[in-house]
Design a protein around this ligand. Sequence first.
Ligand SMILES: [Cu+2]
Length: 134
Amino acid sequence: MRKESRTLIPLWGAVLVLGLTFWGVAGQQQEAAAQDVEAADLTVHIFHNHFEPDSLSIIVGDTVRFHNMQEMPEGGHILMTDDSSIESPELDVDQTWEHTFEEAATYKFHVVGHEWAKADVTVVVRSASTALQD
Ligand SMILES: [Cu+2]
């Protein structure tokens, strides 16, 4: 009897440690998944002849990540609003550029030097109070 309880204590200890480890890992995975979803929602993928998505509705203070998916023969893709107020650096394939929108407005971006493939993405930025009314 004595011998049995001595072997049982480390066994239960191991079960407890394993249980806590799984619980911790599951929690971290859920957190990471939630962050992925959030990040994916505000990412625009840049292709030669289209953006994905081609329109995005966000609120003031949101940061959009622009992710260049395709290689240009010379240099990369540069994004610019139609009124030239915002311009990205040159993005090589798989490079990203983030922009935080501080003013409520509609921004239409096109790729600089892409007369042969016109593509644009519209980012509609609303103030937080406007967004809440929806
Ligand atoms: Cu291109």
